[in-house]
Design a protein around this ligand. Structure first.
Ligand code: PLP
Length: 369
């Protein structure tokens, strides 16, 4: 049994993938070939925003908007502590300081109450706050209505980290359209993944898009040998764009399958473990299906004996990572993030998980507890 099965997906679309890759080999435009523009146009329509800018990975998709907004030394950016490291790392790469916020114990997403408390404290300490980066963790969009209200009060921009939520929605709007600007990742294990690294940025603002287009290629001006600002090498490869175009044709069906599996898991497991809670008005892209258990190590061991793979997303909250020791956070400062790291367990989730495997997983968990 696989935790994520990319082989089953590939056998479904192999001939289309081969055709798309062959077209790139034939025209030979490996950098910024026609597939890149075709993908950007299809993705912006899919999400329902004016502009999509593809880029090299999800981390750069977060970094480029920060650079475009001029976030740098002396600035601070609010991020949840219970997320993948890159969400905070990009703030440091831009030269600014991440300030960590606690999350909600049932949705795992940034907690508006903690956000308010942290902002008040940061302002008393004289921090120059610039932005909030909410994360749509495990595929579920963050509580944007509350976040935008707080952002407006404090004149902050909101950068949606939708690395795990491409394909999700909130009140009928797609993830990646829920803020001023959004970033997603096409790392192979994400809901929409390519066969390497890839990412994309989404926004409605044409001026912002044009600055980000420049940053994506070394701060280019009229061409790449005229440089008007400091940028990065942040392009998406043409071959990866070609692969994503093929995968996009089956993507909605895959999201449906993920939702069907999640519904089944929840109905079978909700009486014995804490299952994910999806608030009214939200749909998840189910990048992960994550339960909470007290005796996690024992359950992991018993599932392993039955050849059922599990993962811990995430074992250490970012505010307690060694890399951020310099910020001086103490254990106990963000209690929900810290306790989640001890209790969360993600079980196999992908669109091709057979009913037999689902049965085995449910049975394995029931009999192990
Ligand atoms: C995967 C991920 C990223 C980074 O994406 P890469 O493509 O791996 O650079 C950022 N934030 C979150 C929440 C992620 O899960």
């Amino acid at each position: 049994m696989h935790f994520i099965d990319l082989v089953a997906q590939q056998s479904r679309i192999r001939s289309g993938i081969d055709r798309r890759i062959k077209a790139v080999l034939d025209h030979g435009q490996y950098i910024m070939g026609p597939e890149v523009a075709e993908l950007e146009s299809k993705l912006s329509k899919y999400v329902g925003v004016n502009h999509c800018l593809s880029c090299s990975n999800g981390t750069d998709a977060l970094l480029i908007p920060l650079l475009a907004h001029g976030v740098g030394p002396g600035d601070a950016v609010l991020v949840p502590s219970f997320t993948f490291f890159a969400t905070a790392e990009v703030v440091s790469l831009a030269g600014a300081k991440p300030i960590f916020v606690d999350v909600d114990p049932t949705t795992f997403n940034i907690c508006p109450k903690s956000l308010r408390d942290v902002i008040e404290r940061a302002k008393r300490n004289g921090e120059k706050l610039r932005a909030i980066i909410p994360v749509d963790l495990f595929g579920l969009p963050a509580p944007y209505a509350a976040i935008h209200e707080i952002a407006k009060e404090h004149d902050l921009f909101v950068l949606e980290d939708a690395a795990q939520s491409f394909g999700a929605s909130y009140l009928g709007s797609k993830a990646c359209s829920l803020s001023n600007i959004a970033a997603t990742s096409f790392f192979p294990a994400k809901p929409l993944g390519c066969y390497g690294d890839g990412g994309a940025i989404f926004c409605d603002d044409a001026g912002l898009k044009s600055i980000m287009t420049s940053i994506r290629v070394h701060g280019q001006g009229r061409d790449k040998y005229e440089n008007i600002r400091i940028g990065i090498n942040g392009r998406l490869d043409t071959i990866q764009a070609a692969i994503l175009l093929e995968k996009l044709t089956i993507f909605d069906d895959e999201i449906k399958r993920r939702n069907a599996i999640a519904t089944r898991y929840t109905s079978e497991l909700s009486k014995i473990v804490e299952t994910p809670s999806i608030p009214v008005g939200y749909t998840s892209a189910w990048a992960q299906y994550t339960i909470k258990v007290k005796n996690r190590d024992r359950l992991v061991g018993r599932l392993k004996e039955r050849c059922i793979p599990t993962m811990m997303y995430y074992p250490i909250p970012i505010h307690l990572q060694d890399a951020y020791r310099c910020l001086g956070y103490k254990s106990g400062s963000l209690p929900v993030s810290e306790s989640l790291c001890k209790e969360v367990l993600s079980i196999p989730m992908h669109p091709y998980l057979s009913e037999q495997d689902q049965d085995q997983i449910v049975k394995g968990i029931k009999e192990s507890l």
